[in-house]
Write a protein that binds this ligand. Structure first.
Ligand SMILES: [Zn+2]
Length: 104
């Protein structure tokens, strides 16, 4: 199964899996947001200008006794229009699963 299909299975509609690493009994999905343009929270302009990014590891519900970690490339965007502070992209996937998602 392709990683993309697996992430569909995990019900993360706004993420794309770019890779899957299997380390002993841990599945690590490398993922990023599907969305490449974001609305500036300050002025409402659409921007695709990436300021920086960091990796965030999120522990999800285990699959058949294997730990599942979703490693997301989380980007921050900046706005040319108003030069506001950089802002984070966000994911509806997080909101949908409040119980299973733990920051690690
Ligand atoms: Zn702006």
């Amino acid at each position: 199964m392709q990683p993309y299909n697996i992430i569909k299975l995990l019900d993360l509609p706004d993420l794309i899996a770019t890779d899957l690493l299997i380390l002993d009994d841990v599945y690590v999905f490398i993922a990023k947001s599907k969305k490449k343009e974001w609305e500036c929270p300050n002025c409402g302009s659409i921007t695709d200008k990436v300021h920086d990014h960091r990796w965030q590891n999120i522990k999800d519900i285990p699959i058949r006794d294997n730990q599942v970690i979703i490693r997301i490339e989380k980007k921050r965007y900046c706005c040319d229009n108003c030069n506001s502070n950089p802002f984070n992209e966000d994911y509806t996937s997080f909101d949908k699963k409040p119980r299973g998602w733990n920051h690690i």
